[in-house]
Design a protein around this ligand. Structure first.
Ligand SMILES: N[C@@H](CCC(=O)N[C@@H](CS)C(=O)NCC(=O)O)C(=O)O
Length: 343
């Protein structure tokens, strides 16, 4: 899947594997804009998650976690005409953004004499304390307890579950499951090949698919098989995610400095928080009875669901998070990423 496409000065380009509606993929694409990369500096490759394209053997060779984003970058010491270019893959939005940050700095632009191009603000805070505060905010929104992808599929009661089975959730889970089964079957067919090295690789791949099918069983049992025990557990887990979100929002309320996360300067944390909050507000606006046209009120309303209110009292989006969100929405990177709506 790694491409040999080159930039105008003949240096092999990086490939960004992502999906347009992906929350953590957005970290990479928002980062490209904030850092002043030109649209053709990096090749964007679409991995359609609802079709399970992230489970294709070719993609697993790039990213064995089967997630987006992945940034495949040419190794600097192999980018000459004499040697075959070697690539390495960065398989996590935190690593991808840090790489994009350090690869386009003002220093690099000055050294190349590229004075007329877009500025490249440093997103990594310059002080140890600043970097630690940024990292802690990133870890806060990446924790499993308030996972934004979990919240996208969450259902708070049986009625929501019933609608979800017939809607996006059902289609998404079915698409993933069918892709996993198909790729597994294709791999099993190849396992009959004569080459022992290939067969060891195929064996590992088959194990990978089996483990993933097992890990996905609760989703399958909830949305496809209609297993009532799995469904009860899924609703319970969904409610806990909303409780987790309430905690994340109250921690943000304590920690945000304003106008941006750490003050006036944009930082790594702002990019992750922008992507996270956009997803949360999108989810809340899609819920039944959500007040129309106001994403803050939609989250507040979501917390009032009896199952959540029973576990966490007075959960709401606070004034600092609200002001922060308004500041994020003004940024060109936000306007570009969410031109067709939040995701
Ligand atoms: N820690 C990873 C998480 C990446 C992740 O979960 N990506 C989601 C999309 S936002 C994904 O690819 N999910 C595919 C799947 O779970 O099958 C990161 O920050 O990049």
């Amino acid at each position: 899947m790694a491409s040999t496409s080159t930039s105008p000065n003949n240096v092999p380009k990086a490939n960004l594997y992502t999906f347009k509606a992906s929350v953590w993929g957005a970290v990479a694409t928002i980062g490209l804009v904030e850092k002043g990369y030109a649209p053709d500096d990096v090749d964007l490759r679409s991995v359609v998650l609802p079709k399970g394209e992230n489970f294709a053997p070719a993609y697993l060779r790039i990213n064995p976690n089967a997630t987006v984003p992945s940034l495949v970058v040419p190794l600097a010491d192999t980018t000459s005409a004499e040697v075959d270019t070697k690539f390495r893959a960065l398989n996590d939005s935190v690593a991808v953004l840090e790489f994009l940050d350090s690869s386009r700095s003002q220093q690099i632009l000055d050294a190349r004499g590229e004075t007329g191009t877009a500025p490249a603000p440093m997103l990594a805070p310059a002080t140890i304390e600043g970097k630690a505060a940024s990292d802690a905010l990133i870890a806060l929104v990446h924790q499993d307890d308030a996972d934004p992808n979990g919240l996208l599929l969450a259902v708070r009661d049986e009625k929501e579950l019933e609608a979800a089975v017939k809607g996006f959730h059902g289609t998404f889970v079915k698409g993933r499951f069918e892709a996993l089964k198909t790729y597994r079957a294709e791999t099993a067919a190849q396992a009959k090949g004569p080459n022992p090295r290939d067969s060891a690789i195929t064996e590992r791949l088959l194990n990978w698919y089996d483990e993933r099918l097992l890990a996905d069983a609760p989703l399958y049992n909830t949305f496809i098989a209609g297993d009532s025990t799995a469904q009860k557990a899924f609703i319970e887990q969904s409610i806990n995610l909303w409780v987790g979100l309430a905690k994340v929002l109250s921690t943000l309320e304590e920690r945000l400095v304003g106008p941006l996360a750490l003050g006036d300067q944009i930082a790594l944390a702002d990019i992750h928080l922008m992507a996270y909050l956009a997803r949360i507000f999108q989810v809340a606006q899609g819920l039944p009875l959500a007040p129309k046209g106001d994403e803050i009120l939609a989250v507040d309303a979501a917390f009032k669901h009896p199952a959540i209110a029973a576990k966490v009292t007075n959960a709401a989006v606070g004034p600092k998070v609200t002001a922060y969100w308004q500041a994020l929405k003004q940024r060109p990177s936000f306007k570009q990423e969410y031109a067709d709506g939040l995701h």
